[in-house]
Write a protein that binds this ligand. Structure first.
Ligand SMILES: [Zn+2]
Length: 153
């Protein structure tokens, strides 16, 4: 994995790659414990954190569904995300997978898995460069995408 340094571990709660588990974001009780931003990669967390515009929690999937590359839902941390919804007082899930085919496929799959759980599901606003990775989006674009997110169910 890119940027995975020695001594880093996967957070048992959000699956972020960090120096400790639970990671510093999960341990920070001042953050909004009712919102989860779902991203594909640890570097997406870094990109969103850099904006300073998001105060909730994260869930890192470690990839996106890609039948062509043989990446299936069970290869990702989707089951862990659904388990969190049943365990934690989550009111909103923000789907921040990349704006490409794999990211959209993954978002659609997650919406289906969430099913009728009483949680608001939102998707980042369009405006992120199509086909691009979240981690390469500039801060203003990310902030606008977060603020302009819309409900998918
Ligand atoms: Zn964590």
């Amino acid at each position: 994995m890119r940027a995975l340094k020695l001594g880093l571990v996967e957070c048992e709660r959000c699956c972020h790659i960090a120096e400790s588990s639970p990671c510093s974001i999960c341990r920070d009780e001042s953050r909004d414990q009712s919102v989860i931003c779902v991203v594909e990669a640890p570097l997406d967390v870094v990109a969103i954190e850099r904006t300073g515009a998001y105060q909730g929690l994260y869930h890192v999937l470690h990839g996106a569904i890609s039948p062509v590359e043989g990446i299936l839902p069970q290869d990702l941390r989707i089951a862990q995300l659904i388990a969190r919804l049943d365990r934690e007082p989550i009111r909103e899930v923000i789907l921040a997978t990349n704006p490409n085919l794999e990211g959209e496929t993954t978002a659609t799959y997650i919406v289906r898995q969430i099913g009728h759980r009483p949680v608001r599901v939102t998707r980042l606003a369009r405006g992120l460069p199509m086909g691009g990775d979240l981690e390469y989006a500039d801060e203003m674009t990310l902030v606008r995408a977060l603020e302009g997110r819309s409900e998918v169910q």
